[in-house]
Design a protein around this ligand. Sequence first.
Ligand SMILES: C[S@@+](CC[C@H](N)C(=O)[O-])C[C@H]1O[C@@H](n2cnc3c(N)ncnc32)[C@H](O)[C@@H]1O
Length: 226
Amino acid sequence: MSRHDEIKASYKQLGNIGTMYDGIITRSTLLGKLMDGLIWGLDKELAAKWINDALAQIPENFSGKLLEVPIGTGVLTMPLYQRLANADITCLDYSADMMKNAEKRAAAMNVRNVTFVQGDVGALPFEDESFDIVLSLNGFHAFPNKDAAFRETCRVLKPGGIFCGCFYIKDEFKRTDWFVKHMYVPKGFFTPPFETKESLKERLDGLYSQANVHTVNAEGIFSCVK
Ligand SMILES: C[S@@+](CC[C@H](N)C(=O)[O-])C[C@H]1O[C@@H](n2cnc3c(N)ncnc32)[C@H](O)[C@@H]1O
């Protein structure tokens, strides 16, 4: 089985129990709080900080074109898209099973400005320079081909556009590194090689200007301008 297929199978299982994933990622359940504390060393304030920081570059009244990849279940961003009623949002994920949760959520929240596309970040089905913002939350530690993912997200961004988001960064928080190696990689949720804070900054500097990288424990938050 290719790594693409392994990842798809892993996220198919998660997609089928989407509410459990949502509880973990938003720490709104006991399991989510336990995992956040044990694996990521995050309390309520730090957990709120990483998501706020990752979304901080998106203007409050944004009305342009935004690509989010991967959307997953949409639990972190659908409330934002509900507020950005004049923006044109495209959400892409490789796993139709994860994304069907996001589509249900959008329908339940009456969010009408979002289009869902199943696809591979390594071969995005969009024209060059199509988007004003490309947002990627918790994706780059999962993507199988990092070079293609960085290349494609840059290709579809307009000059002057913003690339921002977050993902796991190694060598920042030992406990997380252990769980990633012994649990998330074998289960197919994360795929090495992983970036360090320095290697990510270097990579972004090679493609963008104004690259900024900081971490909240092992969660790396980045933003840059094409
Ligand atoms: C940890 S989830 C993150 C989802 C969401 N952004 C969040 O933060 O809740 C990782 C997602 O990456 C998706 N993914 C993995 N490989 C992909 C690829 N090659 N192209 C697009 N999405 C991919 C998975 O299907 C999964 O939904």
